[in-house]
Design a binder for this molecule. Structure first.
Ligand code: COA
Length: 325
């Protein structure tokens, strides 16, 4: 059975920066509080006329160019997002259309901040069956469309951006194992209340600002640390790996303190943990591909890499792969 190897990675953020100093002008907060509690210095904001498909199209073009692949060769594109361009149509389809992927079918996966991990594992099955040769996985968000800048505890955390990977069959490299989990107890602890079929948008809900992300930050924090560290441990054990055999852990970037706690629980050194939350904040399904994109030059063929994420749902998990180039 072939493995699904990552053969290229791309990333995209807009140039527009929303710094802690900018937030100080918008709400009662300060750089010291945000930096010490979250590790975030700034985030990127997509312009009004851009959305997740624009991230996706840019990333697709990078992937095709890097691998000398033509548009017609892509079989499937999965887009992980919880802030897609529209409710209908799905964003993956829109990315395919705008990027000229004429032989590609696409669909979205919404697992909030675990979205990229869930999409990558799903996509890898298509390669493993032998039926699909080239599959693109995008993870991207426009979180700023769902931020209530009167809610200083949540709005300071999130930014826009994302990335993606091309998957191709390989004998030796690629996705080896994953443990993915879910627990609906989290459904009320991290959510956007209105705009779905249960609470369709109306003026009253808009006035109550129910169209924005709300969360129980403390609960989410605790569950994120436990969820990520235990599934990393499970994946290591199941594959007879010691932490010193892992070259990189790529954690979802929600809060630097969460990442530090996960590394501490695993006794894993922070210099092998990818970190870029200081520049981008939490881009939900975008954080893991953005990390891979930024650290690409430090990765080597055969590296053992663990991706781990936690998000709304709750959803969480860890995935083990061998880097292919
Ligand atoms: N600036 C200044 N003060 C702030 C603030 C801000 N942006 N946000 C909250 N505060 C204040 C609170 O009002 C509170 O003040 P009080 O003690 O006078 O009531 C104080 O800071 C502490 O608030 P608290 O909510 O206890 O802070 P915390 O240490 O739990 O940090 C989060 C809050 C949201 C940063 C933290 O809980 C977190 O990161 N949780 C995980 C969230 C997450 O990652 N979600 C996405 C998961 S995928």
């Amino acid at each position: 059975m072939p493995k699904a190897a990552i053969t290229a990675v791309g990333g995209y953020v807009s140039d527009k920066v929303l710094s802690n100093a900018d937030l100080e002008k918008m709400m009662d907060t300060n750089d010291e509080w945000i930096t010490s509690r979250t590790g975030i210095h700034e985030r990127r904001v997509l312009p009004k006329d851009q959305a997740v498909s624009d991230i996706g199209v840019d990333v697709v073009n990078q992937l095709l160019e890097k691998t000398n692949t033509s548009n017609e060769e892509i079989d499937l594109l999965i887009c992980a997002t919880c802030t897609g361009d529209y409710i209908i149509p799905d964003t993956a389809n829109n990315i395919c259309y705008k990027a000229g992927l004429t032989n590609t079918f696409g669909y979205d996966i919404n697992a909030a901040c675990s979205g990229f991990l869930f999409a990558l594992y799903t996509a890898s099955q298509f390669i493993e069956t032998g039926r699909y040769k080239k599959v693109i996985v995008i993870g991207g968000e426009k979180m700023t469309s769902y931020m209530n800048y009167d809610d200083r505890t949540t709005s300071i955390l999130f930014g826009d951006g994302g990335g993606g990977v091309l998957l191709e069959p390989s004998e030796k490299f690629g996705v080896i194992d994953a443990i993915l989990k879910g627990d609906g107890v989290g459904s009320q602890m991290l959510k956007i209340d209105a705009g779905g079929s249960l609470n369709p948008m109306n003026q009253e809900r808009l006035d109550n600002k129910e169209n924005f992300v709300t969360q129980d930050g403390k609960q989410v924090f605790k569950r994120a640390v436990t969820g990520m560290s235990t599934t990393v441990e499970e994946v290591l054990n199941r594959n007879n790996l010691e932490p010193n055999e892992i070259n990189w852990i790529v954690p979802h970037q929600a809060n630097e303190r969460i990442i530090n706690s996960v590394a501490r629980q695993l006794s894993f050194p922070m210099d092998r943990v990818m970190l870029n939350i200081d520049k981008y904040g939490n881009t939900s399904a975008g954080t893991i591909p953005l990390c891979l994109w930024e650290y690409e030059s430090q990765l080597n063929k055969g590296d053992n890499i663990i991706l781990t994420a936690f998000g709304g749902g709750f959803t969480w998990g860890s995935l083990y792969l061998k880097w292919a180039y």
